[in-house]
Ligand binder design. Structure first.
Ligand code: FAD
Length: 370
């Protein structure tokens, strides 16, 4: 393998390039990125950066030299997997190995602002500097973090969520209620269980006829994998799950792997493909897929993990929860906003959630991995 092209020059793509070098790959390495920026970190965008703090966002270590070529601000527009040709608007690259790492984009909703890129965050930060109020559609991680940061900046905040509680999908309704309590503690108005019909620049129309006005409107309704350019590539791709892969990032086509938010890896424990949109998984998948590409033994996969910082508290979750799992609070209490809960399936622990319990969470996370 003498030429590897990595498409998507962000967290997963950069981590894959780094892993290839660490595993001894010494051929050509080319990163192609749609954004004009070198790899940067997204989690601070809804937290410290949006709060107005000065934050180091670069993912590259100052001493790091991957001996790579970077083509930035130029999206790949087509791919032929069998031939391993990556097409840009003005040229075509042929590679021996290709890493697909194009991540996701925020699902748009009407005229609402979205938060996925550094440019989105910069624009939202500027809007917050003069705004007095914000309404956020969606109480998922991004919506909840934007709400928390906006409150810390003194804005009046309303969050509208169609499900009965925030994060009802990943955490279940009971634990979602704990997160709802956190919003209430900090003076955020949370409207749950009502859909949104229209999103305008300074107002949101709810399905029950109510209108909520604000200086800024943010849509935080999830993301879609950035795989439109892969239709017709010969890979199995769908617009909700992304690129279908085996459990080590292989796409079924030799020399082509996919990692991070654009990929749906097969999870043998769930017996289906899953797209995991978490920072830690992007790095872990990159290391596994780099070994796959080089024909080396991949390191073992760990259960998915994410963290979220809201209202000064750290929320952490590891594993896969199903609505039918039994959830018990093992330590602390929801009322104190400091607890650790375990999700059991057939009496076996399958997931763990913690609010403000970093140490115990780390121990449980290790237990889930064994
Ligand atoms: P991305 O980071 O989306 O990078 C993909 C890159 O590919 C982008 O630069 C994109 O422009 C580029 N690209 C797209 N299409 C093309 C193309 N056709 N050609 C070339 N390049 C292309 N996770 C957590 O676990 N905890 C958190 O607290 C947390 N906070 C977050 C806060 C925000 C605001 C966001 C947006 C995400 C957060 N995440 C968090 C999720 C985490 O950042 C993502 O899972 C991670 O960024 C995924 O990395 P990726 O490289 O797969 O995708």
């Amino acid at each position: 393998m003498r030429r590897v092209v990595v498409v998507g020059a962000s967290l997963a793509g950069h981590a894959a390039g780094r892993a290839l070098r660490r595993l001894g790959y010494d051929g050509e390495l080319l990163f192609i990125g749609a954004e004009p920026h070198r790899p940067y970190d997204r989690p601070p965008l809804s937290k410290e950066y949006l709060a107005g703090a000065s934050v180091e966002l670069s993912l590259e270590a100052s001493s790091e030299d991957l001996d790579a070529e970077w083509l930035l601000g130029q999206p790949a527009v087509a791919f032929d997997a069998a031939r391993r040709t990556v097409t840009l608007t003005d040229r075509v690259f042929v590679a021996d190995g290709v890493v697909l790492a194009t991540g996701g984009f925020a699902r748009p909703f009407g005229a609402g602002r979205t938060l996925r890129t550094l440019d989105d965050a910069r624009a939202l930060r500027e809007a917050f500097a003069t705004a007095r109020s914000v309404v956020i559609v969606g109480a998922g991680f991004i919506g909840a973090e934007v709400a928390s940061t906006a409150r810390a900046r003194g804005l009046e905040v309303t969050v509208v969520e169609a499900l009965p509680t925030p994060l009802a999908g990943p955490l279940g309704v009971a634990m979602g209620a704990a997160v709802a309590g956190l919003h209430a503690d900090h003076g955020t108005t949370l409207i749950c269980g009502i859909g949104v019909d229209r999103v305008l620049e300074t107002a949101v129309h709810l399905a029950d006829g109510t209108e909520v006005e604000a200086d800024v409107v943010v849509a935080g309704i999830g993301s879609r994998p950035a795989v439109g350019w892969l239709h017709g590539s010969g890979l199995t791709v769908d617009d909700h799950l992304g690129v279908h892969c085996d459990a080590t990032g292989g796409t079924g086509v030799p020399g082509v792997v996919a990692v991070g938010d654009c990929a749906a890896w097969f999870d043998p424990t769930l017996n289906r493909h899953v797209r995991i949109e978490h920072w830690t998984s992007a790095g872990e998948q990159a290391r596994i897929a780099a070994a796959t590409l080089l024909g080396q033994d991949p390191p073992p996969a760990r259960p998915p993990y994410f963290w979220s910082d809201q209202y000064g508290l750290r929320i952490q979750f590891a594993g896969h929860a199903l609505p039918t799992d039994a959830v018990t609070v093992e330590e602390g209490s929801i009322d104190e906003r400091s607890f650790l809960s375990v999700y059991y399936r057939a009496e076996r622990p399958v997931a763990v959630l913690a609010m403000n319990r970093v140490g115990p969470f780390a121990r449980w996370r290790r237990k889930l991995s064994t």
